[in-house]
Design a binder for this molecule. Sequence first.
Ligand SMILES: O=C(O)CCC(=O)C(=O)O
Ligand SMILES: [Fe+2]
Length: 312
Amino acid sequence: MYALKNMRIPIIDMGLIGLSSDPSETEWQRVGKEICTALGDIGFLYLKGHGVNLDLVEKAFSTSAEFFALDEDIKLGYPRNPEKQQGYVAVNREKFNADINPHEFREAYDVKRMDGLFPDEVVPAMRPAVKSLADSCIALSNRILEAMAVGLDIDRKFFTSTHKDICSDNNASCLRMLHYPPVPPNVPEGSIRCGTHTDYGTITFLFQDTMGGLEVRDRNDDWVPATPIPDTILVNVGDILQFWSSDKLRATEHRVLIPSEELIAKVSRRSIVFFLHPDDPVLIKPLDGSDQYQPITAKAHVVKRFSETYQY
Ligand SMILES: O=C(O)CCC(=O)C(=O)O
Ligand SMILES: [Fe+2]
């Protein structure tokens, strides 16, 4: 037997779907099918021609760097409120595999509502920068949701009509700024930057800096590096879309390792993640009518997953 080759994460160009207000049906079909093929295969893809202005991404990254550079006690003045899903999460508060990963070296700032808690007193530029980026992510979400419905051959408004209240109290979508600090000397055994997990929602957009370290588990159980590619957004499937599609689209496991080279490990890594979720009351059940998954509301699913990972 010879080893199966690692699967690759494909690059998909959104073409007119990313840019034009009125793409042709042929273009919707092409993009919809390409997206669904990739998301049904390795569950991840790099999106090109996505229409998100990279200046907005840069600005959000620079305000996140400003915030995470503050003293810990200042950051702790903006704690994440679990009900509101907004605020600062210190290193080691959220663990994906607490039993096997005693330490996960990352801190985060979650934003669900643009008029919610922000560190305005210390980083006033953060709220406007995050709002502009989130607006763009919402516009892109609507395009991708429609393209996926076309690709799956279902009612083309099904997904957009179940994601109407993104970034409100009625929907768990969230923009998360992440900082993986330089790894301290004498790192305890089993430490990791971010443990193996699947995302909880519909789809996720990931903007990463140039450090690398993210890995994705392919169908052969090999870990494939999701190396940053300039000007692209990494997109992946969350649990809810896997339920909805009866596993046609796959919520692939991923993790972020501490680099083995000491020099790189001593440098910060940053990413910004936009988690797209359906509106809270939406009942998620397999769209093909099968009984592969028990129906559950979007809200109940998220509450369950959060309770497994937060160390409150
Ligand atoms: O920082 C990254 O590259 C990935 C983070 C991630 O997978 C997550 O927060 O769900
Ligand atoms: Fe993730």
